[in-house]
Design a protein around this ligand. Structure first.
Ligand SMILES: NC(=O)c1ccc[n+]([C@@H]2O[C@H](COP(=O)([O-])OP(=O)(O)OC[C@H]3O[C@@H](n4cnc5c(N)ncnc54)[C@H](O)[C@@H]3O)[C@@H](O)[C@H]2O)c1
Length: 258
């Protein structure tokens, strides 16, 4: 594997989850110093173990991305431990509730917007000043194919992922002059805890049938793997993508090609 991240400091949020964990592993294997951020109680031990196995330096930080003081805290921890920040993979997210928008619980709507929208904004807000000190950097925000089209049964999630695309485009223009590139990835169903939860939400009696149907209707006949998203993120944040800015990139087996 290439070592594109030697000497680079990379922050990954949602680092205990399926995609975040794969990203920690990928960046670590490419030589990065990794700051793995997730909620208290989440299994950051696994992120630590995977980075250790790659021989990388890793710092695990417990933080809620919806709280500005805690976002400030994870950026400060990265600077104190590794001297700065080069990359932010702004990836923490929640799925919310499955059902009609007219019955959507207001508290869950607020929570989804807080994590998936405000959390992404706060991450960029705190990290950009540090990237400016380094003369540049790269940010990837995790949107979804749900940010590109209708998602009637996951109303707040769809709204939040459309918002991530809007923020990504604005940031790409605002920070380009600072040498900071901002892009978004749009995965389709990836084999993680989140999809297990959504499958149960769609059909509590037969979640496996939901899985099989979604896999079958994908042009490639399957879900994606977290590592397949991580590979794209590692490219977008690398110098190989030096002219890629404001891109909204699907990693979906072709589902949005329809
Ligand atoms: N799995 C998919 O099919 C899929 C598809 C498209 C987009 N996504 C997006 O990918 C990202 C990662 O999802 P995943 O599939 O790995 O799910 P996951 O549930 O396995 O991981 C999400 C992680 O985010 C963390 N998190 C949640 N709220 C947080 C908060 N307030 N502060 C800090 N951390 C918090 C969770 O603890 C968890 O470890 C999410 O933004 C999700 O919306 C996933």
């Amino acid at each position: 594997m290439d070592r594109r991240y030697e000497g680079k400091v990379v922050i990954v949020t949602g680092a205990a989850g399926g995609i975040g964990l794969a990203a920690v592993e990928r960046f670590a294997n490419e030589g990065a110093q990794v700051v793995a951020v997730d909620l208290a109680g989440s299994a950051l031990d696994e992120a630590q173990a995977r980075a250790d196995a790659a021989g990388a330096s890793v710092l695990t930080v417990t933080a809620d991305v919806t709280k500005s003081s805690e976002v400030e805290g994870y950026v400060k921890a990265a600077v104190e431990r590794f001297g700065g920040v080069d990359v932010l993979f702004n990836n923490a997210g929640i799925e919310g509730w499955v059902g009609p928008s007219t019955e959507y619980p207001e508290d869950i709507f607020d929570k989804v917007l807080a994590v998936n929208v405000k959390g992404v904004w706060l991450g960029m807000k705190q990290v950009v000043p540090e990237m400016r000190k380094r003369g540049g950097g790269a940010i990837v925000n995790t949107s979804s194919v749900a940010g590109l089209g209708a998602t009637a049964t996951i109303f707040a999630y769809g709204a939040s992922k459309h918002a991530v695309i809007g923020m990504t485009k604005s940031a790409a223009i605002e920070f380009a002059g600072d040498g900071i590139r901002t892009n978004a990835v749009c995965p389709s169903p990836i084999e993680t805890r989140m999809m297990r939860s959504l499958e149960r939400g769609i059909n509590p009696d037969a979640p496996e049938a939901v899985h099989d149907n979604m896999a079958r209707t994908n042009p490639m006949g399957r879900y994606g793997e977290p590592a397949e998203v991580a590979a794209l993120v590692a490219y977008l944040c690398s110098d190989e993508a030096s002219y890629v800015n404001g891109a909204i990139v699907t990693v979906d087996g072709g589902s949005r090609a329809r």
